[in-house]
Ligand binder design. Structure first.
Ligand code: ADP
Ligand code: MG
Length: 698
C-alpha cells in the first residue's frame, strides 16, 4: 500500500473549499464531513435526469421531466388561493400548465408570454392536460443553452444545508480528484471481489456525476460496477464494525458458570417430554459459553413454537447451580406473567425461588419484590423492562435472558452492566422468533454468537392457512361455531386500525360484542392493551383453562402466548400487518393435537404487496423463508425488526440487492483484520463515522 501523497484529500480540510465558512463547516460536521475526502463519501441517494429535454407529447403522469417551450399565457388567478398560472407550449401537444402559489413581482415579470422557459418538475394530470406545480425553471436567453451533461445528484442533507451547496462543493472536490489529488484507497486489490471494478476515484466520480449515457436505472437497481465497488466497501465496513464490537465485548470480564449438572438433570426428568435434538444442541452451546470468564453474548433463533422457553430454563438451571442469579426479561406483561407461572411450576419443586418484577406492582409489592431480589433469595427473577431500572438491585446477577427480542439498546446495555457483580458482566442469552434473514445477520449480528433451534417438537401438525375476503364473514363465523362445537378454542385477532390503542381497543370490543351475539351459546371474551393487568390476566387464564371458547384480541397476543387447545385463528384485516407479525400471530395455533387453521379475513381489494404477503403466508410456515420474503418485499430498510437491531442506514449498499456479495465480504473482513488492521478501522470510520458507536447490541 503506497503512503498517501501530500495532495491526499483526506488531509485537506473542507474549509479550504470556496464558500465554506464557519457556519457551513459546522453544518457539514454534523453529517461527519470534515475533509474534502469525507465530502466525496457523502454520496447521492438518487438522481434526476435533466440531461434530455422531453416533448410534452411523450410525458407520462408521475414522471419527473425536463421540458422546454414558449410561454403562451400568464395570469394571476384568484381562486381559493391566489396563484400564478403560466401556459407553456412546445408545439408537441396541449400546452403544459405551470402553477405557482408563491411568487413575487420579479417572477411575475419574467414569466411573460414570448419568453422561452426550461423547467423541471413532476408531471401531474390537471383539468386542462398536464401540469407542473412549482417547477424549477430558468428563462433561456441563448438558443444554444445545452441541458446538463450529467445526471443531477440528490444528496442526503440536514437542515440548512441545501442541495445546491452540496452540488457546488462536490463539484470542487471532484475537480481536485480529476486534477490528480488522491482519495485514500483502503481496499487492497486482492480483497476486491472482482478486478473488473473501477478504481475508487472513478467510482466516486461516477456516483456523484453519472454521465448522461448511464441510465439512472443501472445505478439505482445496483447493476452499475461503480456502485458495486463502493457497496462492497460499505458492507465490509459494517461487518468490520460489528466484529470490532464483538472484540470489545469479549474483553469484558464475567464469572465463569459451572456446575455438576445435577440440577439440570432433575429439571429435565420432571419434563413431560424429551428435548429435541436441536434444543439439546443449543443448551450445550449455551452451557459451554457460560463456562468462560468472558461474557456470553448469544442469540438463539427458533421459529414460533420451537420450544425456546425450555432452553432458557435449562440455561437458568445451570446458572443457578453455579451460584448466581438469573434475570429473564420479556417484552410484554402477558408474556412475562406466563413465564413467571411456568418457571414457578418448574423451579419451586426443585427448591429454587422465583421472583417477579413488573412495572405494574403497587409500591408495597414492589418493595417486597425488590427486597426478595436484592437479598438473593430469588434465584430466578422474571419480569419486564422494570428488571433493569435503577432501583432493581440483584445480589449476584450472572445470567440475563431476553425473550422475544432482537437485541438491547445502548442504554439497556449500560444498565445491565451496572447490575453485574463487582464490575463483572452477566452472560447474555437473547431469544428471538423473528428470524433475521441470513444476509442481514451477516452484517447486523456479526457481534453475536448464534444458535438456531431448527427443528420443531414432534407431533406438530401443519397449519392450514386460507385467505377469505370479508364479504364471506358470515361463513367464517359459522366455521368458528363449528370448531367450538368440536371442543376447540379460537382466537379472533383484530388488527390495529390506528396508532391509538384506545381506538383499536374500541374496535376489538365492538367485534367482540358482535361475535358474542352471533355465538350466544358460547363464551366469548376480549383482551386488549387497555385492560387492567388483573383483568387481562383473568381473561387469559380463563382462555387457558378452557372456560372461554373464543378470545377476541388485539395484536397484544402476538408474542409467546401458549394455549395448545386453540386450533383456529381468524386474523381480521391481515393486509395491515407485516409478514413477521402475521407469522408470529399464526404461531399461537398449531401447538396441540388437533389440526389447526388460520383464516386471513382480508378486505378486498388487496394491493400488490399485501397480496404477496398473504400468498407467502399460505405457501409456507417456515419463519426463515418468510423472513427472506419479507426482506425482498420491503427492502432492508424496514425488514423484520431492523429498527431493534440498531441497524445503521446504508449509503450505497443495499442488503437485498447486494446479498450475493456477502460471502466475499465475510472472507474479505477476516483477511483485512489479519493483514491490514489499520485499514480496517479507517474503513469503519469512513463509512460509519460517529454512528459506529451506537451500533450493535453488546
Ligand atoms: P417458543 O419457541 O415459541 O417460545 P415455547 O417455548 O412456548 O415456544 O414452546 C411451545 C410449546 O412446545 C410449549 O407448549 C412447550 O411445552 C412445547 N415444547 C417445547 N419443547 C418441546 C419438546 N421437546 N417436545 C414437546 N413439546 C415441547
Ligand atoms: Mg416464546
Amino acid at each position: 500500500m503506497p503512503i498517501a501523497p501530500p495532495t491526499a484529500l483526506h488531509n485537506i480540510a473542507v474549509t479550504t473549499l470556496k464558500g465554506v465558512g464557519p457556519a457551513l463547516a459546522k453544518k457539514l460536521a454534523t453529517i461527519d464531513v470534515h475533509t474534502v475526502q469525507d465530502l466525496l463519501f457523502h454520496l447521492p441517494t438518487r438522481y434526476q435526469d435533466r440531461t434530455q429535454i422531453l416533448s410534452i407529447a411523450e410525458l407520462v403522469q408521475g414522471q419527473q421531466a425536463l421540458i422546454e417551450g414558449e410561454i403562451r399565457g400568464a395570469r394571476v388567478a384568484f381562486g381559493r388561493r391566489r396563484s400564478l398560472i403560466v401556459t407553456l407550449d412546445d408545439g408537441s401537444a396541449r400546452p403544459m400548465t405551470l402553477r405557482f402559489f408563491h411568487f413575487n413581482a420579479a417572477q411575475k415579470n419574467t414569466l411573460q408570454p414570448g419568453a422561452t422557459l426550461r423547467c423541471y418538475a413532476e408531471v401531474r394530470r390537471g383539468a386542462q392536460g398536464f401540469e407542473m406545480v412549482h417547477p424549477e425553471y430558468h428563462v433561456l436567453k441563448d438558443e444554444f443553452d445545452e441541458p446538463e451533461d450529467s445526471l443531477t445528484p440528490i444528496y442526503p442533507t440536514t437542515e440548512g444545508l441545501h442541495q445546491l451547496s452540496l452540488r457546488k462543493l462536490t463539484e470542487q472536490a471532484l475537480a481536485l480528484l480529476r486534477k490528480g489529488a488522491a482519495v485514500h484507497d483502503l481496499m487492497p486489490t486482492e480483497l476486491l471481489q472482482s478486478s473488473a471494478l473501477p478504481t475508487l476515484a472513478e467510482a466516486l466520480q461516477t456516483l456523484h456525476r453519472p454521465a448522461s449515457s448511464e441510465a439512472v436505472d443501472a445505478l439505482t437497481n445496483g447493476e452499475h460496477p461503480a456502485r458495486a465497488r463502493l457497496a462492497f466497501e460499505e458492507l465490509l465496513a459494517h461487518r468490520l464494525s460489528m466484529l470490532q464490537l464483538r472484540d470489545k465485548h469479549r474483553e469484558l470480564q464475567a464469572k465463569a458458570l459451572r456446575s455438576d449438572g445435577s440440577l439440570r438433570e432433575k429439571f429435565m426428568r420432571q419434563l413431560p417430554y424429551q428435548l429435541t435434538g436441536a434444543q439439546q444442541r443449543v443448551v450445550g452451546e449455551v452451557i459451554t459459553d457460560m463456562d468462560c470468564n468472558h461474557p456470553m453474548l448469544r442469540l438463539v433463533q427458533g421459529d414460533v413454537g420451537s420450544g425456546k422457553t425450555v432452553v432458557a430454563a435449562a440455561a437458568a438451571c445451570e446458572a443457578v447451580a453455579a451460584g448466581v442469579q438469573v434475570a429473564l426479561m420479556a417484552p410484554t406483561e402477558i408474556l412475562a406473567e406466563q413465564h413467571f407461572k411456568g418457571f414457578c411450576e418448574w423451579f419451586e419443586p426443585l427448591g429454587v425461588q422465583v421472583g417477579w418484577l413488573s412495572g405494574r406492582l403497587s409500591a408495597k409489592e414492589r418493595r417486597e419484590s425488590q427486597q426478595h431480589i436484592a437479598s438473593g433469595e430469588a434465584r430466578i427473577v422474571i419480569g419486564t423492562h422494570a428488571l433493569f431500572q435503577a432501583d432493581a438491585q440483584f445480589a449476584e446477577l450472572g445470567l440475563v435472558i431476553i425473550d422475544e427480542q432482537h437485541r438491547f439498546g445502548v442504554d439497556q446495555r449500560k444498565a445491565l452492566r451496572d447490575k453485574g457483580m463487582h464490575g463483572l458482566m452477566p452472560h447474555q442469552l437473547v431469544m428471538t422468533a423473528t428470524p433475521i434473514p441470513r444476509t442481514l445477520a451477516m452484517t447486523s449480528c456479526a457481534d453475536l454468537d448464534y444458535s438456531a433451534i431448527d427443528e420443531l417438537p414432534p407431533g406438530r401438525k401443519p397449519i392450514t392457512t386460507v385467505a377469505i375476503a370479508d364479504k364471506r364473514r358470515a361463513e367464517v363465523v359459522e366455521r368458528v361455531a363449528a370448531a367450538i362445537k368440536e371442543g376447540r378454542q379460537v382466537y379472533w385477532v383484530c388488527t390495529l386500525i390506528d396508532e391509538s390503542e384506545t381506538l383499536s381497543a374500541q374496535a376489538a370490543s365492538d367485534t367482540a360484542n358482535l361475535l358474542a351475539e352471533a355465538l350466544s351459546q358460547y363464551s366469548v371474551a376480549l383482551v386488549h392493551g387497555r385492560l387492567k393487568p388483573e383483568q387481562k390476566d383473568q381473561v387469559m387464564s380463563h382462555f387457558k383453562s378452557g372456560q372461554v371458547d373464543l378470545l377476541v384480541a388485539t395484536t397484544v397476543i402476538e408474542v409467546g402466548v401458549d394455549v395448545p387447545n386453540a386450533s383456529l385463528m381468524i386474523i381480521e384485516n391481515p393486509e395491515r400487518l407485516g409478514l413477521s407479525q402475521l407469522h408470529q400471530l399464526r404461531g399461537r395455533v398449531g401447538r396441540g393435537e388437533a389440526a389447526s387453521t388460520c383464516v386471513l379475513l382480508y378486505k378486498a381489494p388487496l394491493g400488490h404487496d399485501a397480496r404477496e404477503r398473504l400468498a407467502a403466508m399460505r405457501e409456507t410456515q417456515d419463519g426463515f423463508i418468510l423472513a427472506e420474503r419479507d426482506l425482498a418485499l420491503r427492502g432492508s430498510g424496514e425488514v423484520f425488526g431492523t429498527r431493534q437491531t440498531g441497524m445503521v442506514g446504508m449509503r450505497v449498499a443495499d442488503l437485498v440487492r447486494d446479498r450475493e456479495m456477502m460471502p466475499s465480504i465475510i472472507s474479505a473482513a477476516s483477511k483485512m483484520r489479519a493483514t491490514y488492521p489499520e485499514h480496517a478501522s479507517a474503513l469503519v470510520t469512513r463509512w460509519l463515522g460517529s454512528q459506529a458507536q451506537g451500533y450493535g447490541s453488546v
